[in-house]
Ligand binder design. Structure first.
Ligand SMILES: [Mn+2]
Length: 326
């Protein structure tokens, strides 16, 4: 059912001389990887085209994936096709200039909040945009060139967004498409090493954070990263978000979340789960995302308590219906 949209996108790419790619702010492996891979694919397939990645922020921890390159000028946007990847919400686009392009394409796998773009290819069931781009290349294989670097970026985005093929968006198609990437001879052991190794000091700090984990009555695990904790352990936006991973192996905790204090005293909340859908609760608290991976914001301790309570009820309910499951 998406064949027509993909065809249209392919035609637009062939039509334009200047193509500008955009991702979301604070990029993860999927956002960073899909834009970089798309640039590699278009450059290799149509060497005469100019391809840029526009962005208002940078990332250090994904630098191993490659450089985002020269920024486009304001003029470059005038006749450009702009492709926005992995971004559901306009204010999260890491480019103030994205909509000054001539035509806009959106490629995404988040639940649609506000649709935008002249053409939009959105599949909320897909685990990553990198998987979608791999399929896009595969569909137009006779016209599109997948380079080694593109394959490495796409693989990185797939493994980060699927939690190394663990999350529920992982499908037979995911593995088939990933196999195509491995056929390029990519060095996946190095990719995993870049993604997974930590400084010894960080492991020690994390052991302190682990001691701050608490459980709700039904077993949902949570962690409060107050300003004080953030300062003490010098946590960045990324390492704060990553703290949610410290809880995923606790038996019986099918929901786990981290509260990260903002400067104004509100908390960003990152919620993860297995089997239990948490997105509706995230949406109730100024957030959203995927069924089992969502974000929210709470503006008071009271609201934080209510959110925990809502998730606790959800988990208790789920466990009642599935008494044998963990
Ligand atoms: Mn993604």
């Amino acid at each position: 059912m998406y064949e027509d949209i993909k065809k249209k996108i392919f035609e637009k790419i062939t039509e334009y001389d200047t193509i500008i790619l955009c991702r979301h702010i604070r990029p993860d492996g999927d956002a960073f990887g899909s834009t970089l891979a798309m640039r590699h694919i278009i450059n290799a397939s149509f060497p005469e085209k100019r391809v840029f990645i526009d962005r208002d922020d940078e990332t250090e921890n994904l630098a191993f994936m490659g450089e985002e390159g020269e920024l486009p000028t304001d003029n470059d946007f005038n006749d450009a096709l702009v492709i926005i990847l992995d971004t559901a919400v306009i204010k999260r686009i890491s480019s103030k200039r994205a909509f000054t392009g001539k035509e806009i394409i959106k490629i995404d796998h988040h639940i649609i909040e506000t649709d935008f773009g002249d053409i939009s290819w959105v599949e909320p069931e897909r685990n990553s945009v990198c998987e979608m781009i791999t399929e896009f290349w595969s569909d137009f294989k006779d016209r599109l060139v997948l380079t080694y670097d593109a394959a490495s970026c796409l693989f990185t985005g797939i493994v980060t967004d699927t939690g190394r093929f663990k999350f529920r968006g992982t499908s037979p198609k995911t593995l088939r498409l990933s196999a195509l990437l491995l056929e390029k001879g990519i060095d996946f052991q190095s990719i995993y090493t870049y993604l997974d190794v930590k400084e010894y000091k960080q492991i020690l700090d994390e052991s302190d954070l682990v001691k701050m984990i608490r459980l709700t009555p039904a077993g949902a695990a949570y962690l409060f990263l107050t300003k004080e904790v953030i300062d003490k352990y010098k946590l960045t936006a990324e390492t704060s978000y990553d703290a949610v991973k410290l809880m995923e192996q606790i038996k019986g905790s099918l929901i786990w979340l981290v509260f990260i204090e903002n400067d104004d005293g509100s908390y960003r909340v990152r919620i993860r789960s297995r089997f239990v859908e948490v997105e509706p609760v995230a949406r109730k608290y100024s957030g959203g995302g995927h069924a089992c991976a969502a974000g929210a914001t709470v503006y008071s301790d009271e609201e934080a308590k209510n959110l925990l309570n809502d998730l606790d009820l959800r988990l208790a309910d789920f466990k009642k219906g599935n008494p044998d499951l963990f």
